[in-house]
Write a protein that binds this ligand. Structure first.
Ligand SMILES: C[S@@+](CC[C@H](N)C(=O)[O-])C[C@H]1O[C@@H](n2cnc3c(N)ncnc32)[C@H](O)[C@@H]1O
Length: 243
């Protein structure tokens, strides 16, 4: 089966184009798939992103990168009723879903843009969140430095993503599970076995959570920590820009 997996594109344009084609095809089923693939844990893991935000964020300004169908903005809204929330994504199909779900909330703005060239002024946000977006960055260190620039002093970065378990056999088991379940759900939901293979393709090229934490420290974040679940398969990474 692995012979048919594609190489995760290394260049920015190639990766963005591949991502666009993936999410154009799955946008309508995306929320269902995340629930199925995680056995219903996805919502709890996403709630961990919100739980890491400091108490003074309620009236703050939060940017959610790779916002997809706006799961994080909607969780943020529940926890932070007065916050201004901006969600950014480059997939028209995912943005359409996000705008439909957020319609009626003037405090959530969903904007079209690229993760690798975020169009905001420096020190504008109190928090930057990102769920399952790290693997789409072509230069993780540069993008984390960019997020550092977007944050006001004292602001925080919180990223949820798949991680790479340290034990080799367990990592292979995890990737095997994701490939097998992705194949099953791809066939059942889309009649295409390879619909969700990009998850494994991206993880094979991903440097892992320790590299993310190291990049956070290198660009100047403090209090960097990793919250790992299921032996490192699901990870929330946190850092704070010094005040
Ligand atoms: C796995 S989804 C995550 C969506 C959402 N954060 C969630 O957890 O439900 C990844 C998202 O990243 C977006 N994405 C991928 N590459 C991107 C890029 N270069 N710029 C902006 N968004 C991108 C995709 O369009 C997709 O919506």
């Amino acid at each position: 089966m692995s012979a048919h997996l594609r190489e995760w594109p290394l260049d920015r344009e190639g990766r963005a184009r591949y991502a666009d084609s993936i999410f154009a095809a799955i946008a309508a089923r995306y929320d269902l798939l995340t629930t199925l693939l995680s056995f219903g844990q996805d919502r709890r893991w996403k709630a961990s992103v919100v739980a890491w935000l400091p108490n003074d964020t309620p009236r703050g300004h939060v940017l959610d990168l790779a916002t997809g169908t706006a799961a994080i903005p909607l969780l943020l809204r529940r926890a932070l009723p007065s916050a201004r929330i901006v969600g950014l994504d480059r997939s028209r199909a995912m943005i359409e879903e996000a705008r439909r779900k957020c319609a009626g909330d003037p405090g959530i703005e969903i904007v079209h843009g690229d993760l690798n060239a975020v169009p905001f002024a420096a020190r504008r946000f109190d928090a930057v969140t990102m769920a399952y977006g790290l693997r789409y960055l072509t230069d993780i260190r540069r993008s984390i430095a960019e997020i550092f620039r977007l944050l006001r002093p004292g602001g925080v970065i919180v990223c949820l993503d798949f991680g790479l378990p340290k034990r080799r056999w367990y990592r292979r088991l995890a990737l095997g599970y994701l490939l097998a379940m992705g194949t099953v759900w791809g066939l059942l939901l889309h009649r295409r076995a390879d619909t969700y293979w990009h998850i494994v393709e991206s993880l094979r090229a991903y440097p892992g959570q320790d590299a993310v934490a190291a990049a956070m420290r290198e660009v100047g974040f403090t209090d960097v920590s990793l919250e790992e679940r299921l032996g490192g398969i699901s990870v929330t990474a946190y850092g704070r820009k010094p005040a």
